[in-house]
Design a protein. Structure first.
Length: 358
């Protein structure tokens, strides 16, 4: 197992590759005999909430370790259980907590709107930047107070171009440090793999902070919960046929009865790379969906997980159907941004909405 440290000089906000990453997608699609040249092109990633760190040497070697740690370039042949049984927790992914890091100290902001006492949350949005860790913790704490969860269905952007299919799934564990391991719900993951027609794609998960940032909080507040993780392309333009296929694969797990044990978690950050005025304008658009959730309202959301927003809106906001017909309500627990929290990067702001749909 290879450990990918969260290098301190590159920030605590995401993953060591959030500052600069190798363009690995073409390399992963080539033959296993192909090697990545030392002079491989390095590009600035869009994930960071601040200016890209010019010293990206650590990211370069971390990216090389991805290739070195992979015994083959083929995808895990685990999509269909009746043909090839998937590997059982064959590797464990490190998280910021297992690597000895702590949440950064940030400005305290007030809760915007608490979840009503009688509300039963069905889904929600939460940031995957550790910069907002204090509020990720508050979101999970509020959820744990409202209900129990057996399986978190987590939809996250695939940030680093490591996915080799439209959707990446895998059976693995995450090391949540003192809180123990968070395991994949193996049966559900296999079912989704079959429904989506994809094989397991474990390399997309090795350094994906869209999942690893959240796992210590899941282990802390829901110690017995498992996860069903799906990495996807969340950036615009949205391919509606793919978003609809994902929605149809997820919907059977969110009937009224199954939603008593399952929760749909959209791992997402909202406005990126703007100044204060641009961020405000984009967040005003996103707010339209949260103020009045509807099946078509996903379009207002300016975020890095539009496919996830489409799925959430179309599963829970249908005007009719077996799931939850009629208008849904939404509670915005926190709304903030990287500049407000840190006081840095005023011309490169990432914004965060912590919400519950009920």
């Amino acid at each position: 197992m290879v450990v990918f440290p969260f290098f301190l000089d590159q920030g605590l906000y995401a993953n060591p590759l959030s500052r600069a990453t190798l363009s690995l997608r073409p390399a992963l699609r080539r033959s296993c005999s192909a090697t990545l040249p030392i002079g491989g092109r390095i590009k600035t990633a869009k994930e960071t909430p601040h200016h890209a760190n010019k010293k990206n040497i650590f990211s370069f070697f971390a990216a090389l370790l991805i290739l070195a740690s992979t015994s083959s370039c083929s995808r895990q042949k685990a999509g269909y259980p009746e043909k090839n049984a998937p590997e059982k927790d064959t590797f464990t992914i490190q998280t910021w907590l297992s690597q000895g890091l702590t949440e950064p100290s940030v400005k305290e902001i007030e809760m915007e709107e608490s979840l009503p006492q009688d509300a039963f949350p069905l889904a929600g949005t939460v940031s995957h930047h550790l910069l907002a860790g204090r509020y990720i913790d508050g979101w999970f704490k509020a959820l744990a107070k409202a209900r129990e969860v057996e399986t978190f269905f987590i939809l996250s952007p695939s940030h680093y171009g490591l996915s080799t299919q439209e959707w990446s799934l895998c059976e693995c564990s995450w090391n949540a440090g003192k809180y123990g391991l968070v395991h994949t719900d193996a049966a559900t993951e296999r079912d989704l793999s079959k429904s989506l027609g994809v094989e397991y794609d474990k390399n997309a998960f090795r350094i994906e902070h869209g999942f690893s940032t959240l796992m210590p909080y899941i282990a802390k507040y829901f110690p017995n919960a498992k996860v069903c993780a799906v990495a996807l392309n969340g950036e615009p333009p949205l391919k509606q046929n793919l978003a609809q296929a994902l929605t149809e694969a997820l919907a059977p797990h969110f009937t009224k009865e199954k939603s008593k044990k399952n929760f749909l978690l959209i791992s997402t950050d909202f406005s990126h790379h703007g100044n204060k005025e641009e961020t405000l304008n984009k967040d005003s658009s996103s707010r339209k969906f949260f103020n009045a959730p509807s099946a078509n309202g996903w379009f207002f959301c300016v975020c890095d997980n539009r496919q996830g927003m489409y799925a959430m809106a179309n599963i829970f906001c249908k005007e009719a159907g077996e799931n939850f017909g009629g208008q849904k309500k939404c509670s915005v627990l926190y709304h903030t941004n990287s500049f407000e929290l840190s006081g840095e990067g005023g011309d490169d702001i990432t914004s965060y909405f912590f919400t519950f749909m009920y």
